[in-house]
Design a protein around this ligand. Sequence first.
Ligand SMILES: Nc1ncnc2c1ncn2[C@@H]1O[C@H](COP(=O)(O)OP(=O)(O)O)[C@@H](O)[C@H]1O
Ligand SMILES: [Mg+2]
Length: 361
Amino acid sequence: MSAPLLDIDDLTIVFGGGRGALPWQKLPDVRAVQHVSLQIDAGDTLGLVGESGSGKTTLGRAVLRFLRPQSGSIRLGDFDVTGFGRGAPVEYRKVVQVVFQDPVGSLNPSMLVGSIIAEPLRIHFGMDSAAARERAAELLTQVGLQRHHLTRYPHEFSGGQRQRIAVARALATEPDLLVLDEPVSALDVSTQSQVINLLERLQRETGMAYLFIAHDLAVVRHTCRRIAVMYHSRIVELGESDDICERPAHPYTDLLLASIPDPDPAVQHVKSQRRRELAQGVAGASGRAPIDSCPFAERCPHAMDVCRESFPEPVATSTGGTVWCHLHTSGPMLGGRPVSELATRPEACQAVSTSPSAADG
Ligand SMILES: Nc1ncnc2c1ncn2[C@@H]1O[C@H](COP(=O)(O)OP(=O)(O)O)[C@@H](O)[C@H]1O
Ligand SMILES: [Mg+2]
């Protein structure tokens, strides 16, 4: 078996808390990413999902080497990313590219589209202006725009078109890995599906790998072969997309699934109920990511004492994925069955519930 293209091993990223409002106040550190290990094979797609603030962008920025982790390692192809000195070498900027959520902020408003796309071509391939212009026109066509768009400014385009320009610029270096950080979150639903179709086609045409970051499981479900679910600095579940979506093993994955709206009112009703059960009235991760416990314990309807005492070891699920959840190491899910089975066995929930609110759920 060949080595994966991207290999992230035991990565931890902590931001210094900085100064508080008063001169002697020091804010606590923010543990944005804790002990994360992920791999992506060449040409493969990994979806990274989780709600806002879970650490997805920070992880993506570490892969892009926009920031340095405290510990752990990142390897991409032959590059030892965590071993780089002050900045990443220009050769590394060629093999990994990024498309951000906000196509307005990520494109220089004072540059013509032609220059935006030609810039990486000149830097990485040493093309002269005529050659770069020709290639930029080709790239625009590849993303569904036209040659005459070369002489326009970013503000002359719609959100979806701007995102196509950002994709064309990323494609210019012919990268091995594209980090897509919420690439469709700012777009309306019909434009979202057009951009997703474009990304799928481009992957078939070029064979590049994607790290596809999204807060919505519905967005990555059909685009990604595998999904990693992140909650408050930790990966809590990892597996094939269909398995994650049909037989979630972690209560947080279950909550994310219940958050996807369904056109069928009956299904939607059941989902809403499920969401209420799971959410327990707590809105999102609060405070700092804990070091020594499961960060989801404060919201989890199945939380046990052990969940507040230690972060669980990984367990293989029955569908071949991995889950980090005490229900699977010391609770009723021993043996790695999906969490949905727990939901249909309320007596099991009662048996493991230790908090009064969990017993109500
Ligand atoms: N530059 C920074 N300095 C301090 N804290 C940061 C910085 N960037 C992100 N964070 C914090 O790290 C956590 C994860 O943020 P982020 O990676 O942006 O999450 P996501 O992309 O999943 O929404 C958040 O608590 C955020 O406030
Ligand atoms: Mg983000």
